[in-house]
Design a protein around this ligand. Sequence first.
Ligand code: MN
Length: 227
Amino acid sequence: MTAYLFDIPVPAVPVIGESALYPVRRVFCVGRNYAGHAREMGSDPTREAPFYFTKPADALVPGGGAIPYPPGTANLHHEVELVVALSGPVFQATAEEAAGAVFGHAVGLDLTRRDLQNQAKDKGRPWCLGKAFEFSAPISPIRRCPTPIQSGEIVLEVNGEVRQRGDISDMIWAIPDVIAHLSRFYHLGLGDLIYTGTPEGVGPILAGDRLVGRIAGVGDLSVTITG
Ligand code: MN
């Protein structure tokens, strides 16, 4: 048996109705996948293939709850997203093959230090400081489902007020398309999560705010930002 110098917890997400957890290896995120959000960020939604960034698996906050306002930003933004957990394996797949690589779905928040992301964009630098920080990926328990969902309302409320509302059917790249495209570049499979992009309406959140994300047929996720 391999010995380690010290123990590090394995990031993992609960699965509804099961006692065993889904261990997470990688967290991929789609940059823009709803036309309305692409437009609000100043892009043309019709021309771009999907693009990606990643978050460390230990950025996950399984089940949500209280998380601290992150350091180094004055403009923390919410992005509610459908998360797909993969079964796989899947590599250089067609969309049809990719559709068979789904383990289940969850509700996620892609929390973003927008000021740092925008500075990085302006300078052509990586997005890590803006996107890949501690507590930046709250996620609901995974609802097991072997077929990708194609529709369902996705909503985010802040302090009881709706800030983002869309439908999974509004995604520019549907789940099988995203998995197939990403599988051109990675051997995907068990332990991989994909945050599939956010609908329009992103905006700032402050310490004390309570966020509730919901996706019909998937679940809900509550997060409170502490000071
Ligand atoms: Mn996002």
